[in-house]
Design a binder for this molecule. Structure first.
Ligand code: MN
Length: 182
């Protein structure tokens, strides 16, 4: 955990954290590494690659230890040898296969068992990580390792696959309603 004095030396407090997220040198240099776990079942090729490449391209390499793709027993041909061959060129990407259909949470736990970094990050297989997505999440965990963080998630259009930016001014605090929806 990072000491309160170090945090304050960076000018950080809860309000400042939101305001100065985009400032240069905003985050500590010694953030923890993360394993990004992406589960999929019969995901489209382009969509899965969009997810993986956005993680590779937009995560500071010193913080991204690995991407673990958990195949929850897909049967589409492009997710078999073709996926192995393609991902072989990216040493940070590992593929784990479930021998039978597990469902999302057991698949995530399977990914977690293979993870080697101290921070676990779970992403859907149909998303695009934007510039600067990882640092504020890791910073919160560096300050307090008991923190569970969730980013503000913009929408990718299901008609055009276009990225819709949403302003996230203000602090969002997560919660659940009675149907356990976040
Ligand atoms: Mn999803």
């Amino acid at each position: 955990m990072i000491r309160k004095e170090d945090r304050e030396a960076k000018g950080d407090d809860d309000v400042g954290f939101m305001v100065r997220c985009k400032a240069p040198n905003r985050f500590l240099d010694n953030l923890p590494e993360t394993s990004v776990i992406v589960c999929f079942h019969n995901e489209a090729w382009s969509v899965l690659l969009r997810t993986v490449h956005s993680i590779l391209d937009r995560s500071p390499p010193q913080f991204l230890k690995e991407i673990i793709l958990v195949d929850d027993n897909s049967d589409m041909p492009h997710l078999m040898q073709q996926l192995e061959d393609y991902m072989a060129q990216y040493p940070k990407v590992r593929i784990v296969r479930a021998p039978k259909r597990e469902g999302l949470i057991r698949a995530r736990l399977m990914g977690a068992r293979h993870a080697t970094a101290p921070v676990l990050t779970f992403l859907d297989s149909h998303c695009e990580c934007t510039t600067g997505w990882l640092e504020p999440l890791l910073a919160r965990i560096a300050y307090n390792s008991q923190t569970v963080v969730c980013p503000v998630i913009d929408v990718v259009s299901d008609d055009t696959l276009e990225y819709h930016y949403r302003d996230s001014s203000g602090v969002n605090v997560g919660g659940f309603d009675w149907s356990l929806q976040v």
